[in-house]
Ligand binder design. Structure first.
Ligand SMILES: NC(=O)c1ccc[n+]([C@@H]2O[C@H](COP(=O)([O-])OP(=O)(O)OC[C@H]3O[C@@H](n4cnc5c(N)ncnc54)[C@H](OP(=O)(O)O)[C@@H]3O)[C@@H](O)[C@H]2O)c1
Length: 375
């Protein structure tokens, strides 16, 4: 009887504690939500202005071209006059604040914390910090830095910036960083692609895909690209040995087996990819889904599936997050210099037209890269 009474008491108090924790959690979340803000409307008029794309609230309609303070390089930074930038699906994730789980992970619950957009850039070094030895004013560079939809950026000299090869334009160089590094790291570090292996690139005609086809070929692989009818010739011209038109044929039902699958679109169930992998094959999930798909967790559901299933299979299933760094930009610069990789540019827009560029990319059918020219 005594034990029963004690158990009842424990149950009662633990239920009350859980309920209390729940309500405190809700209140804290509510407070965090309303306190979530940014520096919009709180900065003084710029003394030394430059034009940049700024957004104070989530949503494409809130993008504005504004005058803001031109950055000054710190000791380890360089000041780059941006000549071109490029757009990536990453940009619309930040613009829309989706998947919404991102907002709770530091991007900003109610409003974007960082009001600047864009990452990929190419331009000319205008000034260098006192500790910088790798670059000098006048150097033509390309790389990745938050806030690249602007007239100037200040990347750290030892981070994601490298000398632009002389044989490519600023527009071509700006199209490289995120997309080509993703393709390179996906094929080399996750796919471990070896000469003679069979590689399938799902989504071969987009930003990542057009680089992936060329990089896989440069590794000596036998490459199959998957794209829609209008892009078949383009993907073949990039060096693909075989091209599958997904509007006519479902590659997951075919007899061909692949050592590595690089999946840029996530259009097929994982079981379909497993079916076409060799017994020791590797599936590398790069991305997939548009701005309106799975608004709360986005591709994370598929990522969890992939990670949970992988230990129970002989095949390797995994995802990757690109790491923008100097060494890989230099490797890509060499590949462009030697002609092994040539960026494919679909459309170019002006800095003031960034919303139109994003709107186009959001449709999910860009043919190569979408570039912003900055004059
Ligand atoms: N994990 C990372 O670190 C990382 C880095 C960069 C990008 N990503 C992600 O990777 C994905 C691709 O990026 P991206 O820059 O290449 O995007 P993108 O330039 O918008 O390319 C999308 C491509 O997908 C193709 N596509 C659409 N439906 C398809 C289908 N059913 N089958 C095959 N292809 C199809 C389109 O070709 P058609 O016009 O021929 O249909 C288009 O060329 C995005 O989800 C992005 O968020 C991830």
């Amino acid at each position: 009887m005594k034990l029963k009474r004690i158990l009842k008491r424990i149950l009662k108090w633990s239920s009350l504690a859980i309920l209390l924790a729940f309500f405190v959690g809700i209140i804290l979340l509510f407070v965090a939500y309303w306190r979530s803000t940014n520096d919009c409307g709180r900065t003084a008029a710029p003394n030394n202005p430059m034009k940049a794309i700024v957004y104070c609230d989530y949503g494409l309609a809130n993008l504005k071209l504004e005058n803001i303070e031109k950055p000054t390089p710190s000791d380890d930074q360089i000041l780059v006059k941006v000549r071109a930038a490029s757009v990536n699906p990453l940009d619309w994730h930040f613009i829309e604040g989706t998947p919404k789980i991102m907002r709770a992970m530091g991007v900003g619950l109610r409003k974007p914390k960082d009001t600047r957009l864009g990452v990929d850039f190419a331009g000319t070094v205008e000034a260098v910090g006192k500790d910088v030895t790798q670059f000098k004013p006048g150097d033509e560079v390309f790389g990745g830095r938050d806030g690249a939809f602007a007239e100037y950026v200040c990347p750290r000299a030892n981070r994601a910036v490298a000398i632009k090869p002389a044989n490519i334009t600023f527009e071509q160089a700006a199209s490289v960083p995120i997309a080509a590094i993703t393709a390179l790291q996906g094929l080399r570090d996750k796919g471990h692609v070896q000469p003679g292996q069979t590689v399938l690139i799902n989504g071969a005609s987009g930003g990542v895909g057009t680089f992936a086809v060329q990089i896989a070929k440069s590794f000596g692989a036998d490459v199959t690209g998957v794209c829609s009818t209008r892009n078949v010739d383009m993907v073949r011209s990039l060096g693909a040995d075989h091209v599958i038109d997904y509007t006519k044929e479902d590659f997951t039902k075919g007899d061909q087996r692949y050592d590595v699958v690089l999946d840029n679109v996530g259009t097929q169930p994982l079981s379909g990819f497993r079916r076409v992998l060799t017994p020791k094959g590797i599936y590398v999930m790069i991305g997939g889904g548009g701005p309106n798909d799975s608004q709360w967790i986005g591709p994370f559901g598929r990522v969890i599936n992939t990670v949970v299933l992988s230990p129970f299979m002989s095949q390797k299933m995994g995802m990757m997050m690109a790491d923008l760094n100097h060494n890989d930009l230099t490797i890509l610069a060499d590949m462009m210099q030697s002609g092994k990789v040539k960026p494919v540019i679909d459309r170019t827009y002006k800095l003031s037209e960034v919303p139109d560029a994003i709107r186009y990319l959001e449709q999910g059918h860009a043919r190569g890269k979408v570039v912003i020219t900055v004059e």
